[in-house]
Design a protein around this ligand. Structure first.
Ligand SMILES: Cc1ncc(COP(=O)(O)O)c(C=O)c1O
Length: 452
């Protein structure tokens, strides 16, 4: 039996037996026989329903979801206004295909995304159904608009699993192994992962060598500036461990891009839609990308992706790019309601709950030998576990153990990268829920250290 704070409180976990329960076990058995073996399920959660930051499994166990369907349900599970918007739209018009016909929901969402995109410049929007598709649109548009073919991406980045997006992704070898050849023209540069600086610098001695590598080596050797269409960057690296670069990284990227006529593409699929306590992670750095890829949180769980570009760049001809389902009316309504809820209060809540969590977490590297680094913006927080503070050797075994132990106590978290715990609760999370999460992770960390 896992830990419960107060029995009967609907906003905190309550477990009623060993996990997985009998119904969950039966579904997992069936799943094993028919579902692709490529899915990575770390622990046996079989979800049945969700509300706010809580998820109930098929056996009636209630979990606190500090993962939000991998940073997707921004407004929480089944927010009543999102549900009402979906239901109203589903009863009126489910599909029409924005590729060939007009409907107001798609136009209205494009207006809203253009309005909220960073920089306050004129924007146009192309819709797809996922993060990978938003990236595919960005790659194609950058090549089309510049007439250049090379793309610079970063080591440890994750941009999705379709062939173009996968060609940029450099997160884990298993994601690429066996799928080559990928699209030509993609070159990778080191990312500003300051806790493990790829250039061996410290923040005081850093001269943004990551960007210097692009400027002085890549553009001068394998990807000449006049052939380079775009630099694609996650403003906070997601899948590789919630890594937050310093502002000067973005300043320098913008300078190099501008001086060489290279487009700057920000992948805000995971970091966007209020998660960082601002609408976009880019806003923390006053950065203005030419193209922005958006998905995950945009429609609170309905499938939707968007490629948002400076209006003058997105001038490709009819037929050049589109998707049958992209910008489906039901998903558009979910997104319009999501944006309204974010602006009304949830971005503010993400900022204040993020600060609240960080206040406690900040002390952990001092208190625990195995906590190497704590970093993040808003509700996008990474806790990197190491063998000891001095060596900083990665500790994936402890990370995995903490994630499992937390599940057994009713808290859903996932890892990111080799050895980082990722915290990305829905933006509706409360102080009490943050307290429960912190206490549980701390207990699991102590227990994990004893067990290993
Ligand atoms: C930054 C980033 N880009 C792109 C993707 C791909 O999104 P999707 O899985 O919707 O294709 C992800 C997914 O985790 C992501 O985190």
């Amino acid at each position: 039996m896992g830990k419960t704070l107060e029995l009967g409180r609907p906003d905190l976990p309550q477990l009623s037996g060993a996990l997985p329960g009998p119904k969950a076990r039966a579904i997992i058995e069936r799943d094993r026989a028919v579902v692709s073996t490529s899915y990575t399920r770390g622990y046996p959660l079989v979800a049945a329903r969700g509300e706010g930051a809580m998820v109930e499994d098929v056996d009636g166990n209630r979990f606190l979801d500090f993962n939000a369907g991998i940073a997707v349900v921004a407004t929480g599970h089944c927010h009543p206004r999102v549900v009402a918007a979906i239901q109203r739209q589903a009863a009126r018009l489910i599909h029409m295909s924005g590729t060939d016909f007009y409907y107001e929901e798609l136009t209205a969402l494009a207006e809203e995304l253009a309005r909220i995109a960073p920089g306050g410049v004129a924007r146009r929007v192309s819709f797809g159904n996922s993060g990978a598709e938003a990236i595919e649109g960005a790659i194609k548009l950058a090549r089309y608009a510049t007439g250049r073919d090379k793309i610079i991406a970063f080591y440890s980045s994750f941009h999705g699993r379709t062939m173009g997006a996968l060609s940029l992704t450099a997160s884990r070898a298993v994601q690429r192994a066996g799928f080559g050849p990928l699209i030509p023209g993609v070159v990778h540069a080191p990312y500003a992962y300051c806790f493990r600086c790829p250039q061996g610098r410290t923040p005081d001695t850093c001269a943004v060598e990551c960007v210097q590598h692009i400027e002085k080596t890549i553009l001068k050797t394998i990807a000449p500036a006049k052939e380079t269409a775009a630099i694609v960057v996650e403003p906070v690296q997601g899948e590789s461990g919630y890594v937050v670069p310093p502002r000067k990284f973005f300043d320098e990227l913008a300078r190099v891009a501008e001086q060489n006529g290279i487009l700057l593409i920000f992948d805000e699929v995971q970091s966007g839609m209020g998660r960082t306590g601002r609408m976009w992670a880019a806003d923390h750095f006053d950065a203005v990308p030419d193209i922005l890829a958006v998905a995950k949180g945009v429609a609170s769980g309905m499938p939707l992706g968007a490629t948002i570009a400076r209006a003058e760049i997105m001038n490709w001809p009819p037929g050049a790019h589109a998707s049958t389902f992209g910008g489906n009316p039901v998903a558009c309504q979910a997104a319009l309601t999501t944006i309204a809820l974010l602006e009304e209060s949830l971005i503010e809540n993400a900022a204040s709950m993020g600060a609240y969590l960080m206040e406690r977490l900040r002390e952990w590297p001092e208190r625990y030998e195995t906590v190497g680094d704590v970093r993040g913006l808003g509700l996008m927080i990474g806790v990197e576990l190491v063998r000891d503070r001095r060596s900083r050797e990665r500790n994936p075994a402890l990370r995995d153990r903490v994630v499992e132990l937390a599940f057994e106590r009713g808290l859903l978290i996932l890892g990111a990268g080799e050895n980082t715990i990722r915290l990305c609760p829905p933006l509706v999370v409360t102080r009490e829920q943050c307290d429960f999460a912190m206490e549980t992770i701390e207990d699991c960390l102590k227990l994990g250290m004893e067990l290993l």
